[in-house]
Write a protein that binds this ligand. Structure first.
Ligand SMILES: O[C@H]1[C@H](O)[C@@H](O)[C@H](O)[C@@H](O)[C@H]1O
Ligand SMILES: [Fe+2]
Length: 325
């Protein structure tokens, strides 16, 4: 036998066999070794960054804050109360179907994430009793709190973009009622743990024979991917980021459900969850303090932070990538 036939030439044309599997394992072990060596070197050189904290570790940045000062809807100003009355009367199944259809029917704009943040800067959220800062400042406050607590880079990016869906206001929205505010499912009974529950009497779905029953059009355990949440910035941005970023499922859930307070804070609507939703609930809860309690942090200096965050955007969205909004 010719010597060349005995020793391993990579066997590309042959189907996968045991020997290729072994070689793969050896290669992957070697890669692990190199990574360990690199990490050791970094520590020696003093260039190692702070070790990433697990996303489920309790938030630290807010440990001194008085949490009772947030989300005080009973004492909120008329702007907030009027907002929710309108939203609760107009978010119906019929409107939801229409809005979803419209969303899938076109591209509204092409902009980078940073350009979108700048565009959003003029919007002041009428539903929010806790901040009257501009949106770019709120986004940076959330991202900075996540970063300060040493959480992973993908979670920092999630904080940075989580409210960018409010861009909808400049496109197809009918007002702020179909863009901002807490969310809730449509197609089944409105739970009394939603803020200002009495205002749902004016919603035609409240007297619909099917939509007004506890489970409505859904089956218990159907999974939240199959539920229509009220239409707004969360749902819109979720679809955009799912298609156009590499954020993990947990990041996408943080975006999609961050305003679903009746669920992640009040434990309502648990009957609709499946196994995956149980995991996602923990992720959304881990994210919530960074959204809510960072609102009382100092106002960030946008220009000082831009370079850091543009790098982060490049990493998970693509370099200078124009998102199709
Ligand atoms: O008023 C706010 C605001 O619109 C937020 O973006 C949303 O996430 C919250 O749920 C809500 O309370
Ligand atoms: Fe939000």
């Amino acid at each position: 036998m010719a010597p060349g036939a005995i020793f391993e030439q990579p066997n590309i044309a042959e189907p996968f066999n045991k020997r290729d599997g072994l070689a793969l394992e050896v290669t992957s072990d070697a890669i692990d070794d190199v990574n360990v060596l690199r990490a050791t070197l970094k520590v020696k050189n003093g260039t190692a960054t702070q070790c990433e904290k697990d996303i489920y570790d309790a938030s630290q940045f807010d440990s001194e804050k008085d949490k009772t000062q947030f989300r005080q809807y009973a004492e909120a100003c008329d702007r907030v109360k009027n907002f929710y009355r309108e939203q609760h009367e107009k978010q119906t199944v019929a409107y939801n179907l229409k809005a979803r259809n419209q969303f899938h029917s076109k591209t509204r704009a092409e902009m980078t994430i940073w350009e979108a943040m700048e565009k959003l800067n003029t919007l002041i959220d009428e539903s929010d009793p806790d901040t009257s800062l501009s949106q770019i400042e709120h986004l940076l406050q959330s991202a900075e709190a996540i970063r300060r607590d040493g959480k992973p880079r993908w979670m920092q990016l999630t904080g940075l973009v989580h409210d960018l869906g409010k861009l909808l206001f400049f496109f197809d929205a009918q007002g702020q009622w179909d863009v901002v505010g807490d969310t809730f499912p449509v197609g089944c009974a409105f739970d009394c743990r939603i803020i200002y529950p009495d205002t749902f009497v004016g919603n035609p779905d409240s007297s619909n024979e099917i939509y007004s029953t506890e489970h409505g059009i859904y089956n218990p355990g159907c999974g939240m991917d199959n539920v229509m949440l009220s239409w707004g910035h969360d749902e819109y941005l979720y679809h955009i980021m799912k298609e156009q970023s590499t954020l993990p499922d947990e990041g996408l859930a943080m975006i999609r459900y961050h305003s679903f307070y009746p669920w992640h804070k009040e434990n309502a609507y648990r009957w609709m969850m499946n196994k995956k939703d149980e995991r996602m609930l923990e992720a959304v809860r881990a994210f919530n303090p960074y959204d809510l309690y960072s609102k009382s942090d100092e106002v960030p200096k946008v220009e000082d932070l831009k370079d850091y965050y543009v790098d982060l955007i490049d990493e998970f969205v693509g370099k200078d990538k124009k998102i199709k909004w």
